[in-house]
Write a protein that binds this ligand. Sequence first.
Ligand code: HGY
Ligand code: MN
Ligand code: MN
Length: 409
Amino acid sequence: MTLTIGERAAAMLAEAAAISEPGAGVTRLPFTPEHARANELIGGWMRSAGLKTHIDAAGTLIGRREAATPDAPTFLLGSHQDSVRGGGAYDGIMGVLLPILALEEFGDRPLPFAVEVLCFADEEGVRFPTALIGPRALAGTLDRNVLEMSDRRGISLRDALDGFGDPAAIGDIARPASTVLGYLETHIEQGPVLEAAGLPVGIVTAIAGIERHAVTVTGRAAHAGTAPMELRRDALCAAAELVSAVERICRETDQAVGTIGHLDVAPNVVNAVPAKVHCTIELRSAEDTIRTRVAERVAAAARDAAAQRDCSWQMERTYQQPAMACAPRLQDALATAIKTAGQRPLHLMSGATHDASAMADLCPVAMLFVRCRDGVSHNPAEYAAPEDMERAVVVLREFLKRLASDEDS
Ligand code: HGY
Ligand code: MN
Ligand code: MN
């Protein structure tokens, strides 16, 4: 029985999803044995579609299709192979697979531009307190100091990358902007907008800006039974007030969201007043000025919460990327491709960040969103329907055909 393209995509993503650490959902972190096995599988997908594969110094798996003429520019597509812990089967990797399936249609018919499908190693920033080293290396914006950052086991990004790419050469792979036509990332929406509109695909207008802070609140451990309440320096109570403040400030600020995704308590035992809390604060907004203002208010809330309990506090920004607008010309080309594919174009903002955020420093970028069931993502229940994935492949094909006719003319 011949599978539809959507059914093939679903089966291939299910196979990829099985390449994971044990546990619910998909846990596939960068520069791990799971990543190596995923690269083998995805490299096979690329080669079956006629792409030549290699891994660049930043650990990006690249499938390349040459142009009709050797000095032609390249159009880039792709997304990331890694997941969050306990994530879904579509975030990232679907945006690597669908362009590969779209390219099958062209067989070995040369296009007036080369095409590369990029499979970035680390977009989520879960293992290391940084992310996007692949697109940043291509854009020439990578701060190589991040190679010294370590994961929770003390393994540096440099050492982890060594088995995949070439840390010493990571500064040499920046692409000249003149050689790149643009970058188009296909991604599950991770939100409810397309489902609410009854549409299978959408066009991203802009990607939210993001900043992450590492917060430490320090009080004093004490006996839970003998320490009077008024003499305590309870770090967790101070942190709890800060957590509530982040929620309150972001609820009352339009276009801002804030999350405390990680929190550790020490000594973390039932009968001791908490001495220290480490937590992360993440803020996002489509407007950078809004995000900056929220961060100021959050820092003031941390100061007050700590002062009221005679605790000290630190809040260090560990990551940030500005809000990024997608290229109007590529958005228009996507809209035309969507209409040609028989769908209604809908434009929407992305609250999630993506590899495209960093690729925008190299070339014009666009994103094609695919409907996400219940808007659920970063969760094992994440789901994109085979028929929606098929429609996205048709849109990608129409987009590349239109780009080719523009380039030819
Ligand atoms: O956090 C994000 O927005 C992306 O999924 N890494
Ligand atoms: Mn993603
Ligand atoms: Mn994600």
